[in-house]
Design a protein around this ligand. Structure first.
Ligand code: PMP
Ligand code: GLN
Length: 389
């Protein structure tokens, strides 16, 4: 038999699926894969149910329901002062995952270079490689994950086509700071590069900080695609409703890729998210406040057990250093398996977010978007196995 496509044939199952399956097998509390254990607001789900029964349930427009595209444009204006024409500058996708693939397919040709930051989300590299493009990875280091300016400058070349940013960043919880964004913007303009911004955690930002899209910096709108996800913003990760905003020339190319990936996204879910995006500030502030309290609950529990808990400005995740806590094992993957099987709490080994040489082996990621009782039980299980300070 002939060889299959090596980009995909050589890959394993994602670490998220692997650790969720291990959690189920061993009855562990799943603080691995990032999903809330309570569904999003009932009124939003009711809207989807109503739309499903009322119909139509046929193909919606390829670019998305007008109501949702209007809602995304209004959202971007309301939160960031970004003006996009809903008719040709907004595209609805089946989750941010599809949005990322469609944007990368639309922008990249073989030999193009892509600057991106490590640790990185797992879907980026396979698609970049499938495009024949070349990743130029800038590694960020714990505990503050600041961008090393020299390494950033060195990652750019005349072949740089794109910079991919994930802010707030999975798994680190880092919010890219103003000065860092400005530096990236200068380099991108100097090299005439596009920006692809994975901003799925845009509303999950804590301690009064605010997410700042790079598209809002001077001169950046024209070269930037911005991706959001209703899954994160409304705690409905299974719905897979995502959206991309950008200048019309770029969105037009992304739509050409999207039309052959999924073509469209279920209309009932789109209608409900069109309604949801218009929720008042109380909703958005309440979401961030509730998650911040969960972050603090899990952080203090983990610190009490002895882990070094790294700061997280946003997202669903806390990363911890495991040095000297629990058994000394050969890898972070072995450690995460030990946590799952022996301590009864599943986590994600952070080396899964690295592609370069010698990833750190002393870090795991815990997800805190869980009910308080579940977080408390997880802390008790870990304390029982590992002990406390
Ligand atoms: N980007 C990042 C950084 C993520 O953590 C996720 C997690 N789901 C996604 C993209 C994908 O989002 P969606 O579920 O909307 O496809
Ligand atoms: N984004 C989620 C996480 O980081 C996982 C999504 C998935 O399983 N593909 O946990």
């Amino acid at each position: 038999m002939k060889a299959l496509n090596p980009t995909f044939d050589g890959l394993g199952t994602t670490i998220f699926t692997t650790m969720s399956a291990l959690a189920v097998e061993h009855g562990a509390i799943n603080l691995g894969q990032g999903f809330p254990d309570e569904d999003g607001p009932a009124d939003i789900r009711q809207k989807a149910a109503d739309a499903l029964m009322a119909g139509p349930n046929q193909y919606p427009p390829m670019a998305g329901l007008p109501a949702l595209r209007q809602a995304v444009a209004a959202h971007d204006q309301r939160f960031y002062g970004l003006s996009y024409n809903w008719q040709d500058e907004v595209l609805v996708t089946s989750g941010a995952t599809e949005a990322l693939a469609a944007c990368l397919f639309a922008l990249l040709s073989p030999g193009d270079e892509v600057v991106l930051f490590e640790p990185l989300y797992d879907s980026y590299l396979p698609i970049i490689r499938q495009c024949g493009a070349i990743p130029k990875i800038v590694r960020l280091e714990a505990p503050d994950w600041r961008i090393p300016p020299d390494a950033l400058a060195a990652a750019f070349s005349p072949a740089t086509k794109l910079v991919l940013i994930n802010s707030p960043m999975n798994p680190t919880g880092k919010l890219f700071a103003g000065g860092e964004l400005a530096e990236i913007a200068i380099l991108a303009r100097r090299h005439d590069a596009y920006l692809l911004c994975d901003e799925v955690y845009e509303h999950l930002v804590f301690d009064g900080a605010r997410h700042q899209p790079i598209a809002a910096l001077p001169g950046m709108r024209e070269r930037t695609l911005r991706i959001g996800s209703a899954g994160k913003t409304f705690s409905l990760t299974g719905w897979k409703v995502g959206y991309v905003s950008g200048p019309r020339e770029l969105i037009s190319a992304v739509a050409k890729a999207h039309q052959f990936l999924t073509f469209t996204t279920p209309p009932d879910l789109q209608a409900a998210i069109a309604y949801a995006l218009g929720r008042d500030d109380t909703y958005y502030q309440g979401l961030a406040a509730a998650l911040q309290a969960k972050r603090d609950r899990l952080a203090s529990g983990l610190a009490g057990i002895g882990f070094t808990v790294l700061p997280a400005d946003g997202t669903y995740f806390l990363t911890v250093l495991t040095d000297g806590i629990g058994p000394a094992l050969e890898s972070d993957e072995a450690y995460a398996r030990w946590l799952t099987v022996e301590a009864g709490v599943a986590a994600i080994p952070c080396s899964a977010f690295y592609a370069g040489e010698a990833p750190p082996q002393n870090m795991v990621r815990f997800c805190f978007c869980k009910q308080d009782k579940v977080l408390e039980d997880a802390i008790s299980r870990l304390a029982a196995k590992i002990g406390g300070k």
